[in-house]
Ligand binder design. Structure first.
Ligand code: ADP
Ligand code: MG
Length: 538
Protein backbone atom coordinates (compact mmCIF):
# COMPACT_ATOMS: atom_id res chain seq x y z
CA UNK A 1 0.00 0.00 0.00
CA UNK A 2 1.18 3.47 -0.82
CA UNK A 3 0.15 6.77 0.71
CA UNK A 4 0.19 9.76 -1.62
CA UNK A 5 -0.57 13.43 -1.24
CA UNK A 6 -3.25 15.27 -3.10
CA UNK A 7 -2.02 17.97 -5.42
CA UNK A 8 -2.30 21.41 -3.78
CA UNK A 9 -5.34 22.56 -5.77
CA UNK A 10 -7.12 19.28 -5.18
CA UNK A 11 -6.50 19.68 -1.48
CA UNK A 12 -8.00 23.15 -1.47
CA UNK A 13 -11.04 21.95 -3.31
CA UNK A 14 -11.49 19.05 -0.93
CA UNK A 15 -11.32 21.44 1.98
CA UNK A 16 -14.17 23.39 0.48
CA UNK A 17 -16.13 20.18 0.02
CA UNK A 18 -15.52 18.89 3.52
CA UNK A 19 -16.72 22.20 4.92
CA UNK A 20 -19.55 21.96 2.52
CA UNK A 21 -19.91 25.37 1.00
CA UNK A 22 -22.67 23.95 -1.06
CA UNK A 23 -26.07 23.37 0.48
CA UNK A 24 -27.50 20.84 -1.93
CA UNK A 25 -25.61 17.72 -0.98
CA UNK A 26 -27.85 15.44 -3.04
CA UNK A 27 -25.77 16.19 -6.09
CA UNK A 28 -22.93 13.91 -4.98
CA UNK A 29 -25.01 10.96 -6.17
CA UNK A 30 -25.71 12.65 -9.47
CA UNK A 31 -21.95 13.13 -9.95
CA UNK A 32 -21.18 9.47 -9.23
CA UNK A 33 -23.90 8.33 -11.63
CA UNK A 34 -22.68 10.75 -14.25
CA UNK A 35 -19.14 9.34 -14.00
CA UNK A 36 -20.47 5.79 -14.17
CA UNK A 37 -22.50 6.66 -17.25
CA UNK A 38 -19.43 8.20 -18.92
CA UNK A 39 -17.45 5.05 -18.12
CA UNK A 40 -20.13 2.86 -19.72
CA UNK A 41 -20.18 5.06 -22.82
CA UNK A 42 -16.42 4.73 -23.06
CA UNK A 43 -16.47 0.96 -22.78
CA UNK A 44 -19.13 0.59 -25.45
CA UNK A 45 -17.26 2.92 -27.73
CA UNK A 46 -13.97 1.09 -27.23
CA UNK A 47 -15.60 -2.17 -28.27
CA UNK A 48 -17.10 -0.50 -31.33
CA UNK A 49 -14.16 1.53 -32.49
CA UNK A 50 -10.95 0.14 -31.02
CA UNK A 51 -11.83 -3.53 -31.15
CA UNK A 52 -11.63 -3.88 -27.39
CA UNK A 53 -12.69 -7.38 -26.38
CA UNK A 54 -15.05 -6.80 -23.50
CA UNK A 55 -18.60 -7.69 -22.62
CA UNK A 56 -20.80 -4.73 -23.51
CA UNK A 57 -24.07 -6.66 -23.51
CA UNK A 58 -25.20 -5.75 -20.02
CA UNK A 59 -23.88 -2.28 -19.26
CA UNK A 60 -25.54 -0.85 -16.19
CA UNK A 61 -25.16 1.02 -12.93
CA UNK A 62 -25.97 -0.49 -9.55
CA UNK A 63 -26.71 1.35 -6.34
CA UNK A 64 -26.69 -0.39 -3.00
CA UNK A 65 -27.19 1.02 0.49
CA UNK A 66 -26.20 -0.50 3.81
CA UNK A 67 -27.89 1.16 6.76
CA UNK A 68 -25.86 -0.68 9.38
CA UNK A 69 -22.51 0.13 7.87
CA UNK A 70 -23.72 3.60 6.76
CA UNK A 71 -22.44 3.12 3.24
CA UNK A 72 -23.76 3.85 -0.19
CA UNK A 73 -22.20 2.08 -3.15
CA UNK A 74 -22.34 3.00 -6.83
CA UNK A 75 -20.98 0.43 -9.19
CA UNK A 76 -20.57 0.35 -12.95
CA UNK A 77 -19.22 -2.27 -15.32
CA UNK A 78 -17.69 0.35 -17.58
CA UNK A 79 -14.20 1.11 -18.82
CA UNK A 80 -12.52 1.32 -15.37
CA UNK A 81 -9.14 2.89 -14.64
CA UNK A 82 -5.54 1.71 -14.46
CA UNK A 83 -3.54 2.46 -11.34
CA UNK A 84 -1.85 5.42 -13.01
CA UNK A 85 -5.16 6.75 -14.18
CA UNK A 86 -6.57 6.60 -10.68
CA UNK A 87 -3.63 8.60 -9.34
CA UNK A 88 -3.83 11.11 -12.19
CA UNK A 89 -7.57 11.53 -12.50
CA UNK A 90 -8.64 11.33 -8.89
CA UNK A 91 -5.56 12.75 -7.15
CA UNK A 92 -5.14 15.89 -9.21
CA UNK A 93 -7.24 18.46 -10.94
CA UNK A 94 -5.91 18.69 -14.42
CA UNK A 95 -8.45 21.15 -15.75
CA UNK A 96 -7.21 24.53 -16.87
CA UNK A 97 -8.30 27.58 -15.00
CA UNK A 98 -8.53 25.65 -11.77
CA UNK A 99 -6.50 28.03 -9.65
CA UNK A 100 -8.51 31.00 -10.79
CA UNK A 101 -11.79 29.26 -10.12
CA UNK A 102 -10.69 28.18 -6.70
CA UNK A 103 -9.94 31.76 -5.84
CA UNK A 104 -13.37 32.80 -7.04
CA UNK A 105 -14.98 29.98 -5.12
CA UNK A 106 -13.36 31.17 -1.94
CA UNK A 107 -14.32 34.76 -2.52
CA UNK A 108 -17.92 33.87 -3.21
CA UNK A 109 -18.80 31.38 -0.55
CA UNK A 110 -22.49 31.78 -1.22
CA UNK A 111 -22.19 31.22 -4.91
CA UNK A 112 -22.95 27.56 -5.61
CA UNK A 113 -23.22 27.99 -9.36
CA UNK A 114 -19.46 28.38 -9.52
CA UNK A 115 -19.09 24.79 -8.43
CA UNK A 116 -21.24 23.70 -11.30
CA UNK A 117 -19.07 25.62 -13.70
CA UNK A 118 -16.12 23.92 -12.18
CA UNK A 119 -17.55 20.44 -12.54
CA UNK A 120 -16.16 19.36 -9.17
CA UNK A 121 -17.49 15.91 -9.82
CA UNK A 122 -16.03 13.08 -7.81
CA UNK A 123 -14.88 15.28 -4.93
CA UNK A 124 -18.45 16.24 -4.14
CA UNK A 125 -18.73 12.88 -2.34
CA UNK A 126 -16.77 14.45 0.51
CA UNK A 127 -19.72 16.70 1.27
CA UNK A 128 -21.44 13.67 2.79
CA UNK A 129 -18.63 11.19 3.40
CA UNK A 130 -15.90 10.82 5.95
CA UNK A 131 -14.32 8.12 3.85
CA UNK A 132 -14.54 7.17 0.18
CA UNK A 133 -13.25 3.96 -1.35
CA UNK A 134 -12.91 3.41 -5.07
CA UNK A 135 -12.09 -0.01 -6.47
CA UNK A 136 -11.54 -0.28 -10.19
CA UNK A 137 -10.19 -2.42 -12.95
CA UNK A 138 -9.58 -1.29 -16.48
CA UNK A 139 -11.31 -3.24 -19.23
CA UNK A 140 -8.90 -5.16 -21.43
CA UNK A 141 -5.97 -5.16 -18.97
CA UNK A 142 -4.28 -8.12 -17.35
CA UNK A 143 -3.45 -8.41 -13.69
CA UNK A 144 -5.02 -6.87 -10.65
CA UNK A 145 -7.24 -3.91 -10.12
CA UNK A 146 -6.65 -0.86 -7.94
CA UNK A 147 -8.07 0.32 -4.66
CA UNK A 148 -8.09 4.02 -3.79
CA UNK A 149 -9.15 5.33 -0.43
CA UNK A 150 -9.28 8.71 1.27
CA UNK A 151 -10.86 10.58 4.13
CA UNK A 152 -10.70 13.75 2.05
CA UNK A 153 -7.89 15.31 4.05
CA UNK A 154 -4.39 15.70 2.70
CA UNK A 155 -3.68 12.18 1.52
CA UNK A 156 -5.06 9.10 -0.17
CA UNK A 157 -3.89 5.50 -0.29
CA UNK A 158 -3.41 3.30 -3.31
CA UNK A 159 -3.31 -0.46 -3.15
CA UNK A 160 -3.72 -3.53 -5.35
CA UNK A 161 -7.19 -5.04 -5.57
CA UNK A 162 -6.63 -8.59 -6.81
CA UNK A 163 -10.26 -9.59 -7.26
CA UNK A 164 -11.73 -6.39 -8.61
CA UNK A 165 -14.14 -6.96 -11.50
CA UNK A 166 -13.96 -4.81 -14.63
CA UNK A 167 -15.45 -1.40 -13.99
CA UNK A 168 -15.55 0.86 -10.98
CA UNK A 169 -17.15 0.66 -7.55
CA UNK A 170 -17.32 3.73 -5.37
CA UNK A 171 -18.27 3.25 -1.74
CA UNK A 172 -19.18 6.31 0.20
CA UNK A 173 -19.00 6.00 3.95
CA UNK A 174 -21.53 8.51 5.25
CA UNK A 175 -20.72 10.87 8.05
CA UNK A 176 -22.63 10.41 11.29
CA UNK A 177 -26.13 11.77 11.05
CA UNK A 178 -26.52 15.22 12.51
CA UNK A 179 -29.81 16.26 14.05
CA UNK A 180 -30.65 18.88 11.45
CA UNK A 181 -30.49 16.39 8.64
CA UNK A 182 -32.54 13.83 10.49
CA UNK A 183 -35.43 14.06 8.01
CA UNK A 184 -33.67 11.63 5.73
CA UNK A 185 -30.51 9.72 5.27
CA UNK A 186 -28.69 8.80 2.08
CA UNK A 187 -29.23 5.14 2.83
CA UNK A 188 -33.03 5.61 2.66
CA UNK A 189 -34.35 3.87 -0.40
CA UNK A 190 -36.97 6.52 -1.12
CA UNK A 191 -34.34 9.25 -0.93
CA UNK A 192 -32.05 7.48 -3.40
CA UNK A 193 -34.96 6.90 -5.76
CA UNK A 194 -35.98 10.52 -5.51
CA UNK A 195 -32.49 11.75 -6.33
CA UNK A 196 -32.08 9.41 -9.29
CA UNK A 197 -35.48 10.36 -10.70
CA UNK A 198 -34.77 14.01 -10.29
CA UNK A 199 -31.23 14.23 -11.60
CA UNK A 200 -30.48 11.14 -13.63
CA UNK A 201 -33.67 9.90 -15.24
CA UNK A 202 -32.39 10.37 -18.81
CA UNK A 203 -29.16 8.40 -18.26
CA UNK A 204 -29.20 5.90 -21.10
CA UNK A 205 -28.08 2.89 -19.04
CA UNK A 206 -30.24 1.19 -16.42
CA UNK A 207 -29.63 2.42 -12.89
CA UNK A 208 -30.61 -0.49 -10.71
CA UNK A 209 -31.27 -0.90 -7.03
CA UNK A 210 -31.98 -4.52 -6.22
CA UNK A 211 -34.41 -5.62 -8.91
CA UNK A 212 -35.77 -2.17 -9.63
CA UNK A 213 -34.63 0.00 -12.49
CA UNK A 214 -34.90 3.55 -11.19
CA UNK A 215 -34.63 5.60 -14.38
CA UNK A 216 -36.73 5.73 -17.54
CA UNK A 217 -33.63 5.93 -19.83
CA UNK A 218 -35.55 7.99 -22.35
CA UNK A 219 -33.32 10.13 -24.52
CA UNK A 220 -34.51 13.64 -23.87
CA UNK A 221 -33.97 14.83 -27.43
CA UNK A 222 -36.25 12.12 -28.75
CA UNK A 223 -39.18 13.18 -26.62
CA UNK A 224 -41.65 15.86 -27.69
CA UNK A 225 -40.93 19.16 -26.02
CA UNK A 226 -44.41 19.32 -24.49
CA UNK A 227 -43.70 16.15 -22.52
CA UNK A 228 -40.42 17.23 -21.00
CA UNK A 229 -40.33 19.55 -18.01
CA UNK A 230 -37.95 22.47 -17.81
CA UNK A 231 -36.39 20.83 -14.80
CA UNK A 232 -35.56 17.72 -16.85
CA UNK A 233 -34.02 19.81 -19.59
CA UNK A 234 -31.96 21.68 -17.03
CA UNK A 235 -30.66 18.49 -15.48
CA UNK A 236 -29.68 17.18 -18.84
CA UNK A 237 -27.96 20.45 -19.61
CA UNK A 238 -26.01 20.15 -16.36
CA UNK A 239 -25.06 16.60 -17.22
CA UNK A 240 -23.54 17.52 -20.55
CA UNK A 241 -22.19 20.99 -19.75
CA UNK A 242 -21.08 20.86 -16.11
CA UNK A 243 -22.64 24.29 -15.83
CA UNK A 244 -24.75 24.71 -12.76
CA UNK A 245 -26.74 27.71 -13.89
CA UNK A 246 -29.85 27.25 -15.96
CA UNK A 247 -29.59 27.49 -19.71
CA UNK A 248 -30.86 30.68 -21.31
CA UNK A 249 -32.60 28.98 -24.19
CA UNK A 250 -33.43 25.44 -25.30
CA UNK A 251 -33.49 24.55 -29.00
CA UNK A 252 -35.09 21.37 -30.36
CA UNK A 253 -34.55 20.24 -33.92
CA UNK A 254 -35.65 17.27 -35.87
CA UNK A 255 -35.09 16.45 -39.54
CA UNK A 256 -36.81 13.63 -41.31
CA UNK A 257 -36.45 12.26 -44.80
CA UNK A 258 -33.31 11.20 -46.59
CA UNK A 259 -31.06 12.14 -43.73
CA UNK A 260 -32.53 11.96 -40.28
CA UNK A 261 -31.23 13.58 -37.17
CA UNK A 262 -32.42 15.06 -33.92
CA UNK A 263 -30.72 17.80 -32.01
CA UNK A 264 -31.15 19.33 -28.60
CA UNK A 265 -29.13 22.50 -28.12
CA UNK A 266 -28.71 24.93 -25.26
CA UNK A 267 -27.63 28.53 -25.15
CA UNK A 268 -25.96 28.98 -21.74
CA UNK A 269 -26.82 31.98 -19.63
CA UNK A 270 -23.21 32.70 -18.80
CA UNK A 271 -19.92 32.50 -20.62
CA UNK A 272 -17.45 29.93 -19.29
CA UNK A 273 -14.24 31.41 -17.93
CA UNK A 274 -12.26 29.87 -20.76
CA UNK A 275 -14.40 31.04 -23.67
CA UNK A 276 -11.42 32.78 -25.20
CA UNK A 277 -8.83 30.15 -24.45
CA UNK A 278 -7.66 28.05 -27.31
CA UNK A 279 -7.86 24.76 -25.46
CA UNK A 280 -11.32 25.25 -24.02
CA UNK A 281 -13.80 22.42 -24.49
CA UNK A 282 -16.06 23.07 -27.43
CA UNK A 283 -18.31 21.18 -29.75
CA UNK A 284 -21.41 19.06 -29.34
CA UNK A 285 -22.02 15.50 -28.30
CA UNK A 286 -22.58 13.16 -31.20
CA UNK A 287 -24.86 10.15 -30.93
CA UNK A 288 -25.79 7.67 -33.59
CA UNK A 289 -29.18 6.08 -33.03
CA UNK A 290 -29.04 6.76 -29.25
CA UNK A 291 -25.49 5.44 -28.92
CA UNK A 292 -22.99 7.92 -27.62
CA UNK A 293 -20.15 8.37 -30.11
CA UNK A 294 -18.12 11.35 -28.95
CA UNK A 295 -17.91 14.46 -26.84
CA UNK A 296 -16.74 17.83 -28.06
CA UNK A 297 -17.40 17.19 -31.72
CA UNK A 298 -16.12 20.40 -33.28
CA UNK A 299 -17.30 19.37 -36.69
CA UNK A 300 -20.89 20.00 -35.69
CA UNK A 301 -20.68 23.65 -34.81
CA UNK A 302 -18.34 26.43 -35.94
CA UNK A 303 -15.89 27.96 -33.48
CA UNK A 304 -17.71 31.24 -33.17
CA UNK A 305 -20.69 29.36 -31.72
CA UNK A 306 -18.45 27.27 -29.47
CA UNK A 307 -20.49 28.14 -26.36
CA UNK A 308 -23.52 26.23 -27.68
CA UNK A 309 -23.99 22.98 -25.78
CA UNK A 310 -26.01 19.99 -26.78
CA UNK A 311 -26.48 16.74 -28.54
CA UNK A 312 -26.89 15.70 -32.14
CA UNK A 313 -28.27 12.23 -32.77
CA UNK A 314 -27.86 11.20 -36.40
CA UNK A 315 -29.60 8.12 -37.71
CA UNK A 316 -27.51 7.27 -40.75
CA UNK A 317 -23.90 7.45 -39.65
CA UNK A 318 -21.74 4.45 -38.96
CA UNK A 319 -21.18 3.69 -35.28
CA UNK A 320 -17.45 3.56 -35.78
CA UNK A 321 -17.13 6.87 -37.51
CA UNK A 322 -13.83 8.57 -36.68
CA UNK A 323 -13.07 12.25 -36.23
CA UNK A 324 -11.15 12.27 -39.50
CA UNK A 325 -14.12 10.97 -41.41
CA UNK A 326 -16.47 13.34 -39.63
CA UNK A 327 -14.57 16.31 -40.95
CA UNK A 328 -15.32 15.34 -44.51
CA UNK A 329 -18.74 13.86 -44.10
CA UNK A 330 -21.29 15.63 -46.27
CA UNK A 331 -24.15 14.92 -43.90
CA UNK A 332 -22.26 16.34 -40.96
CA UNK A 333 -21.57 19.48 -42.93
CA UNK A 334 -25.23 19.77 -43.77
CA UNK A 335 -26.25 19.33 -40.14
CA UNK A 336 -23.74 21.95 -39.14
CA UNK A 337 -25.16 24.45 -41.64
CA UNK A 338 -28.67 23.86 -40.33
CA UNK A 339 -27.60 24.17 -36.70
CA UNK A 340 -25.93 27.50 -37.42
CA UNK A 341 -29.04 28.85 -39.13
CA UNK A 342 -31.19 27.65 -36.27
CA UNK A 343 -28.97 29.17 -33.59
CA UNK A 344 -28.84 32.51 -35.41
CA UNK A 345 -32.60 32.54 -35.90
CA UNK A 346 -33.05 31.75 -32.22
CA UNK A 347 -30.87 34.72 -31.31
CA UNK A 348 -32.93 36.84 -33.65
CA UNK A 349 -36.12 35.70 -31.93
CA UNK A 350 -34.66 36.69 -28.60
CA UNK A 351 -33.71 40.09 -29.99
CA UNK A 352 -37.22 40.69 -31.28
CA UNK A 353 -39.28 39.08 -28.55
CA UNK A 354 -37.25 38.91 -25.39
CA UNK A 355 -34.92 41.90 -25.12
CA UNK A 356 -33.84 41.04 -21.60
CA UNK A 357 -32.70 37.54 -22.51
CA UNK A 358 -31.13 38.87 -25.66
CA UNK A 359 -29.15 41.46 -23.67
CA UNK A 360 -27.82 38.73 -21.37
CA UNK A 361 -26.92 36.60 -24.32
CA UNK A 362 -25.15 39.33 -26.20
CA UNK A 363 -23.27 40.56 -23.16
CA UNK A 364 -21.93 37.05 -22.54
CA UNK A 365 -21.39 35.78 -26.07
CA UNK A 366 -21.53 38.70 -28.50
CA UNK A 367 -17.76 38.90 -28.66
CA UNK A 368 -17.57 35.29 -29.77
CA UNK A 369 -20.45 35.56 -32.25
CA UNK A 370 -18.77 38.51 -33.98
CA UNK A 371 -15.83 36.24 -34.86
CA UNK A 372 -18.25 34.67 -37.33
CA UNK A 373 -18.19 37.88 -39.36
CA UNK A 374 -14.64 36.99 -40.27
CA UNK A 375 -15.01 33.43 -41.37
CA UNK A 376 -18.63 32.58 -42.04
CA UNK A 377 -19.38 34.48 -45.20
CA UNK A 378 -22.66 32.76 -45.86
CA UNK A 379 -24.05 34.03 -42.60
CA UNK A 380 -22.43 37.44 -42.44
CA UNK A 381 -25.71 39.26 -42.97
CA UNK A 382 -27.53 37.05 -40.47
CA UNK A 383 -24.86 37.75 -37.86
CA UNK A 384 -24.95 41.50 -38.49
CA UNK A 385 -28.71 41.35 -38.11
CA UNK A 386 -28.50 39.93 -34.60
CA UNK A 387 -25.54 42.02 -33.44
CA UNK A 388 -25.88 45.10 -31.27
CA UNK A 389 -23.34 47.84 -30.61
CA UNK A 390 -22.80 50.69 -28.23
CA UNK A 391 -23.44 54.03 -29.82
CA UNK A 392 -23.27 57.74 -29.12
CA UNK A 393 -27.05 57.81 -29.49
CA UNK A 394 -27.68 56.55 -25.99
CA UNK A 395 -26.68 54.11 -23.33
CA UNK A 396 -28.54 51.16 -24.85
CA UNK A 397 -26.84 49.12 -27.58
CA UNK A 398 -28.30 49.44 -31.05
CA UNK A 399 -28.74 47.13 -34.01
CA UNK A 400 -27.34 48.24 -37.34
CA UNK A 401 -30.86 48.34 -38.75
CA UNK A 402 -31.91 50.84 -36.06
CA UNK A 403 -28.79 52.91 -36.73
CA UNK A 404 -29.61 53.07 -40.43
CA UNK A 405 -33.15 54.22 -39.59
CA UNK A 406 -31.76 57.11 -37.59
CA UNK A 407 -29.19 58.22 -40.19
CA UNK A 408 -29.36 61.92 -40.98
CA UNK A 409 -30.30 63.45 -44.30
CA UNK A 410 -27.41 63.07 -46.68
CA UNK A 411 -25.55 60.58 -44.49
CA UNK A 412 -24.51 57.60 -46.56
CA UNK A 413 -22.18 55.71 -44.30
CA UNK A 414 -22.35 53.99 -40.95
CA UNK A 415 -19.81 55.74 -38.74
CA UNK A 416 -17.85 53.93 -36.11
CA UNK A 417 -14.81 54.40 -33.96
CA UNK A 418 -12.87 51.59 -32.32
CA UNK A 419 -10.98 51.84 -29.07
CA UNK A 420 -10.33 50.25 -25.74
CA UNK A 421 -13.24 51.60 -23.75
CA UNK A 422 -16.36 53.61 -24.17
CA UNK A 423 -14.94 56.63 -22.41
CA UNK A 424 -11.73 56.52 -24.42
CA UNK A 425 -13.71 56.47 -27.65
CA UNK A 426 -16.12 59.18 -26.52
CA UNK A 427 -13.27 61.48 -25.58
CA UNK A 428 -11.37 60.96 -28.79
CA UNK A 429 -10.76 64.16 -30.77
CA UNK A 430 -12.08 62.32 -33.83
CA UNK A 431 -15.46 62.40 -32.21
CA UNK A 432 -15.72 66.16 -31.86
CA UNK A 433 -17.16 67.26 -35.16
CA UNK A 434 -19.42 64.23 -35.43
CA UNK A 435 -20.81 64.90 -31.99
CA UNK A 436 -21.13 68.61 -32.63
CA UNK A 437 -23.11 68.05 -35.79
CA UNK A 438 -25.26 65.32 -34.32
CA UNK A 439 -23.99 62.34 -36.30
CA UNK A 440 -24.35 59.04 -34.49
CA UNK A 441 -21.16 57.01 -34.16
CA UNK A 442 -20.94 53.34 -33.14
CA UNK A 443 -18.54 52.73 -30.28
CA UNK A 444 -16.68 49.47 -30.84
CA UNK A 445 -14.54 48.34 -27.94
CA UNK A 446 -14.16 44.57 -28.28
CA UNK A 447 -10.78 43.46 -29.66
CA UNK A 448 -12.53 41.49 -32.39
CA UNK A 449 -14.23 44.68 -33.60
CA UNK A 450 -10.92 45.90 -34.93
CA UNK A 451 -10.78 42.95 -37.24
CA UNK A 452 -14.29 42.32 -38.44
CA UNK A 453 -14.84 45.92 -39.50
CA UNK A 454 -12.12 45.29 -42.07
CA UNK A 455 -13.85 42.19 -43.35
CA UNK A 456 -17.37 43.54 -43.62
CA UNK A 457 -17.72 46.02 -46.46
CA UNK A 458 -21.20 47.29 -45.74
CA UNK A 459 -24.54 46.71 -44.11
CA UNK A 460 -27.67 47.11 -46.17
CA UNK A 461 -25.65 48.93 -48.82
CA UNK A 462 -24.25 51.40 -46.26
CA UNK A 463 -20.51 51.38 -46.01
CA UNK A 464 -19.00 50.95 -42.57
CA UNK A 465 -16.69 53.90 -42.12
CA UNK A 466 -14.16 54.50 -39.38
CA UNK A 467 -14.12 58.16 -38.40
CA UNK A 468 -10.42 57.81 -37.61
CA UNK A 469 -9.56 57.18 -41.24
CA UNK A 470 -8.04 59.77 -43.55
CA UNK A 471 -10.71 59.87 -46.19
CA UNK A 472 -13.72 60.34 -44.00
CA UNK A 473 -15.50 63.64 -44.47
CA UNK A 474 -18.61 64.81 -42.83
CA UNK A 475 -21.33 65.17 -45.41
CA UNK A 476 -21.53 68.85 -44.49
CA UNK A 477 -17.88 69.56 -45.27
CA UNK A 478 -17.60 67.66 -48.54
CA UNK A 479 -17.88 70.72 -50.79
CA UNK A 480 -15.44 72.91 -48.97
CA UNK A 481 -11.84 72.14 -49.88
CA UNK A 482 -9.46 73.17 -47.15
CA UNK A 483 -7.64 76.35 -48.08
CA UNK A 484 -4.21 76.27 -46.53
CA UNK A 485 -3.76 80.02 -46.88
CA UNK A 486 -2.07 81.51 -43.87
CA UNK A 487 -1.52 78.09 -42.36
CA UNK A 488 0.82 76.89 -45.10
CA UNK A 489 4.04 77.82 -43.23
CA UNK A 490 2.79 76.12 -40.05
CA UNK A 491 1.85 72.97 -41.93
CA UNK A 492 5.23 72.91 -43.64
CA UNK A 493 7.00 73.38 -40.32
CA UNK A 494 5.09 70.56 -38.62
CA UNK A 495 5.64 68.24 -41.51
CA UNK A 496 9.35 68.81 -41.43
CA UNK A 497 9.71 68.44 -37.68
CA UNK A 498 7.56 65.28 -37.50
CA UNK A 499 8.85 63.73 -40.69
CA UNK A 500 9.84 60.49 -39.01
CA UNK A 501 6.52 59.96 -37.27
CA UNK A 502 3.87 61.05 -39.74
CA UNK A 503 2.98 60.95 -43.42
CA UNK A 504 1.20 64.25 -43.81
CA UNK A 505 -0.23 67.28 -42.03
CA UNK A 506 -3.60 68.62 -43.10
CA UNK A 507 -6.06 71.30 -42.08
CA UNK A 508 -9.31 69.93 -40.77
CA UNK A 509 -12.82 71.06 -39.98
CA UNK A 510 -13.35 68.10 -37.80
CA UNK A 511 -12.05 69.46 -34.59
CA UNK A 512 -13.98 71.83 -32.41
CA UNK A 513 -11.99 72.07 -29.19
CA UNK A 514 -8.83 70.03 -29.78
CA UNK A 515 -5.91 71.60 -31.61
CA UNK A 516 -4.87 68.50 -33.51
CA UNK A 517 -5.64 64.83 -33.95
CA UNK A 518 -4.01 61.83 -35.55
CA UNK A 519 -5.74 60.04 -38.41
CA UNK A 520 -4.68 56.97 -40.32
CA UNK A 521 -4.73 56.44 -44.04
CA UNK A 522 -7.67 54.46 -45.37
CA UNK A 523 -5.59 51.33 -45.69
CA UNK A 524 -3.46 51.67 -42.56
CA UNK A 525 -4.15 49.56 -39.55
CA UNK A 526 -5.73 51.29 -36.58
CA UNK A 527 -3.73 52.19 -33.49
CA UNK A 528 -5.60 49.67 -31.35
CA UNK A 529 -4.98 46.91 -33.84
CA UNK A 530 -1.36 47.93 -34.03
CA UNK A 531 -1.21 47.62 -30.25
CA UNK A 532 -2.87 44.21 -30.41
CA UNK A 533 -0.39 42.91 -32.96
CA UNK A 534 2.46 44.27 -30.93
CA UNK A 535 1.12 42.56 -27.81
CA UNK A 536 0.98 39.29 -29.76
CA UNK A 537 4.62 39.79 -30.67
CA UNK A 538 4.12 40.52 -34.37
P1 ADP B 1 -15.29 14.82 -14.71
O1 ADP B 1 -16.33 13.75 -14.70
O2 ADP B 1 -15.87 16.18 -14.92
O3 ADP B 1 -14.15 14.54 -15.62
P2 ADP B 1 -14.83 13.90 -12.04
O4 ADP B 1 -14.18 14.49 -10.85
O5 ADP B 1 -16.27 13.53 -11.88
O6 ADP B 1 -14.65 14.91 -13.23
O7 ADP B 1 -14.02 12.62 -12.49
C1 ADP B 1 -12.64 12.73 -12.78
C2 ADP B 1 -12.20 11.65 -13.72
O8 ADP B 1 -12.09 10.41 -13.04
C3 ADP B 1 -13.16 11.37 -14.85
O9 ADP B 1 -12.93 12.24 -15.94
C4 ADP B 1 -12.80 9.92 -15.22
O10 ADP B 1 -11.70 9.88 -16.08
C5 ADP B 1 -12.40 9.34 -13.90
N1 ADP B 1 -13.53 8.60 -13.31
C6 ADP B 1 -14.35 9.00 -12.33
N2 ADP B 1 -15.28 8.07 -12.06
C7 ADP B 1 -15.05 7.05 -12.92
C8 ADP B 1 -15.68 5.77 -13.16
N3 ADP B 1 -16.77 5.39 -12.49
N4 ADP B 1 -15.14 4.97 -14.12
C9 ADP B 1 -14.05 5.37 -14.82
N5 ADP B 1 -13.44 6.54 -14.65
C10 ADP B 1 -13.92 7.38 -13.71
MG1 MG C 1 -17.86 13.64 -13.38
Amino acid sequence: METLEFQAEARQLLQLMVHSIYSNKDIFLRELISNASDALDKLRLATLQDGLEADASDLHIEIAADKEARTLTVRDNGIGMTRDEVVDLIGTIAKSGTAELLRKLKEAKESPELIGQFGVGFYSTFMVADQVTLVTRKAGTEGHGTRWESAGEGTFTIDDAPDAPVGTTVTVHLRPKDEEDALYDYTDEWKIKEIVKKYSDFISFPIKMGDDTLNSMKALWARPRSEVSDEEYHEFYRHISHDWSEPLEIINMRAEGTFEYEALLFLPSRAPHDLFQRDSARGLQLYVKRVFIMDDSRELIPDYLRFVKGVVDAADLSLNISREILQQDRHIQMIRRRLVKKVLSTIKDLLNNNPEKYATFWREFGRAVKEGLLNDHDNQKAILDVATFSSTAGSEPTTLAAYVERMKEGQEEIYFLTGESRSQVENSPHMEAFQAQGYEVLILTDPVDEIWVEAVPDYDGKKLQSIARGSVDLPSEKDTPEPEGDFAPLLGFLKERLEEQIKDVRLSHRLTTSAACLVSDADDITPTLEKMYRAMGQ
